[in-house]
Design a protein around this ligand. Structure first.
Ligand SMILES: *Cc1c(COP(=O)(O)O)cnc(C)c1O
Length: 229
């Protein structure tokens, strides 16, 4: 299968999962994760109609976004999905419209400092830690609402909801259930922050059945990732 076939096939699977869940067609936003692939892949996907792209490292994403815009594509929409260091925030804000991985107070402080000077408004998700391993990134349940409160105070920032990555133990349904419960908690504080970013190549259909509004799909579309771009 070539890129176009893989892309169409994932789109069909998304439509089928939406139907099966009784959800409106097109209610799930697909972000294609292009990490480790060259800018040309983004251009090829753009030619197929894709507009939202995900990256997880600023060192790679920043030159790629520049290359794509220099190729004449002005409407690529960049989503930052990886662990974000505070000292990269300024750079990421120059190309990204959405950050999926907001997970600590120091990052919120830096966002609030840099957003006033950024070229566009920013939207984002609070990343959840669904495990007991604090090194994995993401907020623990107890920190969700305090972090959300500080994010809601930032001008020019639109809190969309929560983001989750299923743990590697092969039970995404259980992890996603926890994410949905934490989404409900967030909504008690911020009723409009009702979006859920969850689901990747191996589990996006389960995620859609459980209410994901944004899915982040890489290899099912791009093919296997080369280790370097
Ligand atoms: C790489 C990555 C994805 C996509 O993973 P695939 O398994 O290739 O679909 C999604 N989300 C995050 C945070 C990632 O780092």
């Amino acid at each position: 299968m070539g890129l176009a076939e893989r892309y169409r096939s994932v789109q069909e699977r998304i439509r089928a999962a939406e139907r099966a869940a009784g959800r409106e067609s097109g209610s799930v936003d697909l972000i294609v994760v292009t990490k480790n692939h060259p800018a040309q892949l983004v251009l090829d996907l753009h030619a197929l109609g894709q507009r939202s792209f995900g990256e997880n490292r600023d060192q790679e994403a920043r030159p790629k976004a520049l290359e794509v815009s220099q190729a004449g594509v002005g409407d690529a929409d960049w989503h930052f999905v990886g662990q974000l260091q505070s000292n990269k925030v300024k750079s990421v804000l120059e190309y990204a419209s959405c950050i999926h991985s907001i997970d600590r107070a120091s990052l919120v402080r830096e966002l609030s400092k840099q957003l006033g000077r950024a070229p566009r408004a920013l939207s984002g998700f609070i990343e959840l830690n669904l495990t007991d391993d604090l090194n994995r990134g993401g907020v623990a349940e107890a920190d969700l609402l305090p972090l959300a409160e500080s994010l809601l105070e930032i001008d020019g920032f639109n809190l969309l909801g929560v983001m989750a990555v299923a743990s590697l133990d092969g039970q995404p349904g259980r992890d996603f259930e926890l994410a949905v419960a934490m989404s409900e908690q967030l909504k008690t504080l911020a009723p409009t922050a009702d979006k859920i970013s969850m689901g990747m190549s191996d589990d996006f259909e389960i995620a859609i059945s459980m209410g994901a509004t944004h899915i982040r799909v890489g290899s099912a579309i791009t093919g296997p990732r080369p280790t370097t771009a």
